[in-house]
Write a protein that binds this ligand. Structure first.
Ligand code: ATP
Length: 711
């Protein structure tokens, strides 16, 4: 690239002319799509927060050459490669890869034209070597025959173990070689290799370099490679020595060594570092580039830089894709979605434990809920103090539900001591004339207060547990009604309370709280499992570099999301079938409405969960924070959605919040379908569907926007 060496700045006019010529040529080349450089970086800047990693970096990888990018750890090599493949955005400057900026609509970078081996292993651990290469083969659209032939070649060439060996069982070096194989698979035009030879034995290292030299020989393939073994880069056509986010020198290895009177590249590099430290800010490091072509940035006079930068920036080609190309670029490719879905299925097959867990967890949760929430308390100890010798008290007690109430006969003082000690939940006491007074009360129209007192059952309750207290009151009323019915037969109406509960319009008289909770619980379980699994799997894939690697191979964010959605739908379907079998057949929760509507609403809630999981995973980078986010919303959402307690009990300002949550109207709609037998013509039903669909759309759009902004 740069024309002048360290001997000082050339005259301004000459330099301006050279720059104009260079950028003009580049523009023409780029526009014609036949650029002589495979990669062209111009004034590239990139920071992580306040840390400036790439600092006005200029670099050119000539077409059909190997470019060895060398530099100390942390100087920004990986960052630069990520900017070149487009997984990182640059904050300033321009990058052209094979003629166009990375990720330009219609350009196959990312895509088949580029083979990228990231520094992280970035392979699916549950895959075999064969699965891995087939996966990338499918994404690149290779035919079965081509893939098979390439796999056989790469296994021999890279000295890989059995092709059915699982990646997780391979050594570090073997995994690195599989990763290199994945980058070489489709015979790309441009190879971007981030430390491919780390952990590889010297013989194989030599073989890899020999292969690279061979594939660039015809001039069709270009390679940019980073390595810590500086000497092996002597086989490169050009080396770039990088330090502190800038190139200290760039040129053929022999020229770099010659210029510094060094016998090895390593000592040339050391010398360059020392020189650069000594020169400090006196001279721009870009002034040391050895290439014969002029550089736009090698002027040491900073006052002139803005003018130069402006003139170059203005002359950089403005790429515009027509709408058809853009549309084709956005439309998801079925091939990629299918490849990702096959990947998920293979991974599921290799993790049967995890798959069973995913299928059984909702069933376990709903079983626990139906068994433990909303039922009547059982085996409640109640003290009975019977002071009479008549038969009515014993008869009445015989109608008390024995499974719920455990009667313990005691004296008055023992009963009160016991309830104060927390041994009993209530005391039922009969006076000594209970039978005669109750008879009088039933048969005589006018009786004294004493008769009413003596003919009443006296009950003291421990009301610290409301559910138990309500149950005891209910059971006593039921027992009394049954007792009156037996004693008075057709005359029982005479002592009945003057409020008559007729047959319920919907539901049954014995509807318990479990019936209320179940629909909401089913939706919540489906929603949260989908949130958790989606958020976690995406965050882990991103952390391991798998998402980036697939993206560079040509898989768009939308395709990744759709593939996950479709695969997860399979899991959700099995979960829903199992859930419905248990709630309808085992726990006998009634369903008066359409099963199709029930299933549709639960599936849609699962999709809402997946979409929300995508939002979490697109916004958050580490699994701990993703877990915290998923857990953080779990409890407030559960409480506010009216799943475990009616929303009518929520105070007003919070109730408005409750109404906009994804599960509030959906739970109500499911209850209406299941218990009232309503269909979509009812507002309370279609509203649940509409809100769920609205949330789905919102979450999916939000996830797409966040992903777009972050890549
Ligand atoms: N995601 C990130 N967030 C913040 N800082 C980062 C991030 N990635 C890299 N860095 C920092 O940017 C600098 C350059 O990192 P980079 O990985 O590009 O170096 P490198 O030259 O490839 O190093 P090595 O040869 O050790 O791989 C380092 O100081 C690193 O700590």
């Amino acid at each position: 690239m740069a024309g002048n060496d360290s001997g000082g700045a050339p005259k301004e006019s000459t330099e301006m002319k050279e720059q104009n010529t260079e950028s003009g040529t580049m523009k023409a080349d780029l526009e014609a799509g036949n650029c002589s450089s495979a990669i062209h970086c111009h004034n590239v800047c990139r920071s992580y927060g306040k840390l400036k990693v790439l600092n006005n970096l200029n670099l050119t990888v000539p077409q059909g050459q190997i470019y060895g990018l060398l530099g100390p750890s942390g100087c920004g090599k990986t960052t630069l490669l990520k900017c070149i493949v487009g997984t990182l955005k640059i904050s300033h400057g321009h990058i052209a890869v094979l003629g166009k900026p990375p990720a330009f609509p219609g350009h196959e970078v990312p895509g088949r034209m580029v083979g990228y081996m990231p520094q992280d292993i970035a392979l699916y651990n549950e895959f075999t070597i064969c699965n891995t290469l087939w996966f990338f083969g499918r994404i690149h659209g290779l035919s079965s025959k081509e893939t098979e032939a390439r796999i056989n070649f790469l296994i021999t060439f890279l000295d890989l173990p059995q092709k059915n060996s699982l990646v997780r069982n391979l050594s570090g070096g073997q995994r690195r070689r599989v990763s290199l194989g994945a980058a070489l698979l489709q015979n790309p035009k441009l190879l971007i290799l981030d430390e491919p030879t780390v952990g590889v034995d010297p013989v194989l290292r030599a073989k890899i370099w020999q292969h690279l030299v061979e594939i660039v020989r015809e001039g069709q393939v270009s390679v940019i490679i980073t390595t810590h073994y500086i000497e092996e880069a002597r086989q490169a056509n050009t080396v770039g020595l990088m330090r502190n986010g800038q190139l200290l020198a760039e040129g053929p290895p022999d020229a770099v060594m010659k210029q510094h009177n060094a016998l090895t590249l390593e000592s040339a590099f050391l010398q360059l570092c020392e020189d650069s430290d000594q020169l400090g800010s006196k001279q721009s490091p870009q002034g040391r580039l050895l290439d014969s072509r002029p550089s736009p940035d090698n002027m040491s006079d900073e006052s002139r830089e803005p003018i130069l930068r402006k003139s170059l920036t203005e002359q950089m080609p403005k790429f515009k894709a027509d709408w058809k190309v853009r549309a084709r670029h956005i439309i998801p490719k079925w091939r990629n979605i299918a490849a990702l879905m096959i990947k998920t299925m293979v991974r599921m097959k290799r993790m049967p434990g995890s798959l069973c867990f995913q299928f059984l967890l909702p069933v376990i949760q709903i079983c626990l809920m139906c068994l433990c929430v909303g039922g009547d308390p059982k085996g409640i100890d109640v003290a009975v103090v019977n002071n009479e010798s008549g038969s009515y008290s014993r008869s009445l007690l015989s109608f008390l539900d024995n499974t719920s109430i455990n009667q313990v006969v005691l004296s008055h003082s023992e009963a009160f001591a016991g309830i104060h000690n927390g041994e009993y939940w209530g005391i039922i006491e009969f006076g000594e004339n209970f039978t005669s007074y109750l008879t009088k009360r039933m048969l005589q129209p006018r009786v004294s207060r004493d008769v009413v007192e003596g003919g009443s059952v006296h009950v003291w309750l421990d009301l610290t547990n409301r559910q138990i207290a309500i149950m005891l009151q209910k059971k006593l009323h039921e027992a009394f009604e049954a007792f009156i019915e037996t004693k008075l037969g057709s005359l029982s109406y005479m002592v009945a309370v003057p409020i008559k509960f007729e047959e319920p319009i919907y539901g049954s008289k014995n509807t318990d709280f479990t019936t209320f909770v179940t629909p909401g619980a089913v939706l919540s379980i489906t929603f949260y499992l989908a949130v958790g699994l989606t958020a976690l799997s995406f965050v882990l894939e991103r952390k391991e570099g798998l998402l980036d690697r697939c993206w560079v191979a040509g898989v768009s964010s939308l395709e990744t999301m759709l593939a996950h959605l479709f695969s997860q739908l399979f899991v959700i379907s099995v979960q829903i079938i199992l859930l419905l079998i248990f709630i309808l057949l085992v726990f006998k929760i009634p369903n008066e409405g359409s099963l199709v509507l029930v299933i549709s609403l639960i599936v849609l809630q699962g999709v809402t969960g997946i979409s929300f999981g995508l939002v979490i995973s697109s916004a958050i980078d580490d699994e701990q924070s993703a877990n915290q986010a998923a857990l953080g919303i779990f409890y407030p959402n559960l409480i506010l959605s009216g799943v475990i307690w009616p929303i009518e009990c929520i105070p007003y300002p919070l109730r408005y919040l409750s109404l906009v949550l994804p599960q509030t109207y959906a739970s109500e709609a499911l209850r209406c379908i299941m218990y009232r037998g309503w269909g979509l013509s009812r507002m309370m039903v279609w509203r649940g569907f509409a809100v769920t669909l609205g949330w789905n759309t919102f979450f999916l759009m939000l996830a797409t926007i966040i992903l777009k902004l972050r890549t």
